[in-house]
Design a protein. Structure first.
Length: 615
């Protein structure tokens, strides 16, 4: 794993430096890499560099610095210092000369920490998308931080009390969104942000946020297409500079594009890796094979089985330092394992294309609901709403019932409207959680978290607001940790070439009308790729590495037993109502295995997280 940890304590008792070694054990437990540790008077830093050796720690006088990730310097002077000395030396030199503006010179994925004991000052920061996360807590006058909450908990002065609100948020979002963590006193840095501590006062701010624009000047489609390809090639080239490189290949637009560009970059067949499922409606291997034939990749396949899920669940729950409920972690893990067995050291992932160039169906759906807001207000408020919402309205008639449902959803403000079909909302929190536990949480907090972030996205179109929201909640909080941690578990390094800083900036400046044209999702992106990708892939519906968990848990004895045992054990934690758990198996799973299987998966992973991290 790549990561860093440490603490800064300018007042109070001196902390034994042995604790930095205890914290570091959590950074190297899966790959055994050699950490770099530096210790000051009452502060310490440790870095476990990734497989490329990128990053390190340094003590220069009273200043301690640590940096790691897949980063590069935009500033030539700092890049040269890195070449002559080290990346940590470049960080120290840049911070002394520019202060926090040094962060604007760093591109790619990174986490950094810097402690100046003479000034009693500390700084830490994460990259634009939080690919390299940082968790922190103030314990008295001490700032304790790490890439993992597990490491933070190893510091002797840190509290590890579970936050009931975080568990509720997990059931709502299927992850715990930043800045929250599963622990009451811990926080996670938001993407593109930094923390600065003077004495014992901390200040957390953004050094970057995405800014969407709608340029009025017209740029030719060909020029934009050329720029897109130039940026994608640059990004793939940079991501494949070291190691033996391969690519995830699901058969979708993004992974196929990355795989094709990697073949182009290597000048030979690139290793590609796909996961299949022997379950109707879930297997996409045919599309992966189309891409393989088109680009001539050196392809490897593996079909995940229910037995694989039973085997992997404890390890997956163990590697996440807080509950994580994206079931696509399973295929991501086995795909990374497949690559490892083939001798690959670095995998390129296709994540990000949908969130940069508008490929998710919900974008079209919300534009459809938003159309109602363009109906004249008097007509909506005085005629349509009163009639449709009237108790006399014949909603038992199917077409009229759909009209009423449309009006109800359309009148729900964004972004809460996007959660209309949220699984926890559909069940009802009062039906899922024990009454005593429910009293400890604010059921409205998830909506507030979404709304607050949505309002701060710098955008002037509905689509761009949704894209800005997804950069954080879909990528930073969900998809990126899914892939990164599963690659870590498999002993694999991963890069995200479609999420380079330059491509993010390019997509933010692309007009909304080119991202979606009428009902054509990702119009510009797919149009640009017409001469590069097979037409079958361009026309296919989005799928991804979806897991047929619900179907299998209903049919497979071993998986069903694991699910029942896990949820029966969860009953004793007095979080979930036992009657709800019984209901899931006796009624819901039989009614719609795929849909209700999602809740069973969430609860299984919650229980196994408790077993691995709390018990």
């Amino acid at each position: 794993m790549s990561g860093l940890c440490g603490w800064a304590a300018f007042k109070g008792d001196v902390i034994d430096s042995q604790y930095i070694e205890r914290m570091t054990t959590h950074l190297v437990q899966f790959d055994g890499s050699t950490p770099h540790i530096v210790v000051g008077k009452n502060s310490a830093l440790s870095v476990a560099p990734n497989g490329t050796g990128k990053g390190g720690a340094l003590k220069d006088g009273d200043v301690l610095a640590a940096i790691q990730g897949a980063f590069y310097w935009k500033d030539d002077e700092l890049a040269n210092i890195e070449k002559r000395e080290s990346s940590a030396a470049a960080l120290i030199r840049g911070y002394r000369a520019r202060g926090l503006d040094v962060l604007k010179c760093l591109y790619g994925s990174f986490s950094v920490a810097l402690i100046d004991e003479s000034k009693q000052e500390a700084m830490m920061a994460t990259d634009r998308l939080g690919i390299e996360p940082l968790v922190y807590t103030m314990s008295g006058d001490s700032l304790v931080f790490s890439s993992s909450s597990d490491a933070v908990c190893k510091h002797p002065s840190v509290s590890s009390d579970i936050d009931p609100q975080a568990i509720y948020n997990y059931l709502y979002f299927h992850v715990i969104p930043s800045p929250g963590t599963v622990y009451k006193q811990h926080n996670r840095l938001m993407p593109g942000s930094y923390l600065k501590m003077n004495n014992s006062h901390i200040d957390v701010k953004n050094y970057w946020h995405v800014e969407y624009s709608e340029p009025k000047e017209k740029i030719s489609f060909q020029d934009q297409k050329d720029e897109l390809f130039a940026l994608m090639r640059q990004s793939v080239d940079r991501a494949s500079e070291d190691g033996t490189v391969g690519a995830f290949l699901s058969g979708g637009t993004d992974s196929s594009t990355v795989s094709g560009l990697l073949c182009e970059r290597l000048g030979k067949s690139a290793p590609t890796f796909s996961i299949g499922f022997d379950a109707a409606g879930f297997d996409e291997m045919e599309y992966a094979r189309i891409a393989v034939k088109h680009f001539g990749t050196d392809h490897h396949e593996y079909y995940v089985t229910p037995e694989d899920i039973v085997s992997a669940i404890p390890d997956i729950a163990g590697i996440y330092s807080e509950p994580f409920g994206n079931s696509s972690a399973i295929p991501a893990y086995y795909c990374a394992k497949l690559a490892k067995s083939a001798g690959v050291t670095h995998l390129l992932a296709g994540d990000g294309g949908d969130e940069l160039f508008a490929g998710n169906t919900r974008y079209l759906t919300q534009q459809l609901f938003d159309a109602y807001n363009h109906v004249p207000g008097i007509l909506r408020k005085k005629i349509i709403d009163p009639v449709v919402m009237s108790s006399l309205y014949p909603s038992s008639i199917s077409p009229l019932r759909k009209i009423k449902r449309y009006v109800e959803i359309a009148n729900t403000p964004m972004p809460v409207r996007m959660e209309t079909f949220n699984l926890l909302e559909r069940f009802g929190a009062q039906h899922v959680l024990n009454a005593d536990y429910l009293q400890q949480v604010d059921v409205g907090q998830p909506a507030s978290i979404l709304t607050d972030y949505y309002k701060n996205v710098v955008a002037n179109t509905l689509l761009n607001n949704m894209l800005g929201l997804d950069l954080k909640f879909t990528l930073t909080d969900n998809d990126l940790p899914k892939v990164s941690k599963m690659c870590e578990l498999a002993g694999m390094q991963v890069r995200y070439p479609l999420l380079s800083d330059e491509l993010i900036d390019f997509s933010a400046s692309l007009p909304s009308r080119l991202k979606i044209k009428r009902t054509y999702l990702r119009y510009f992106f797919k149009k640009s790729l017409e001469d590069f990708l097979p037409k079958e892939i361009l026309k296919k519906k989005k799928h991804g590495f979806g897991l047929p968990f619900g179907v299998w848990v209903a049919e497979h004895k071993g998986l069903n037993e694991l699910a029942r045992d896990s949820l029966n054990s969860l009953k004793s934690r007095h979080i979930i109502q036992p009657s709800f758990i019984d209901e899931l198996f006796s009624m819901h799973l039989k009614d719609h295995a795929s849909y209700y299987g999602t809740m069973i998966w969430l609860l299984i992973m919650l229980e196994h997280w408790f077993q691995k991290h709390v018990d």
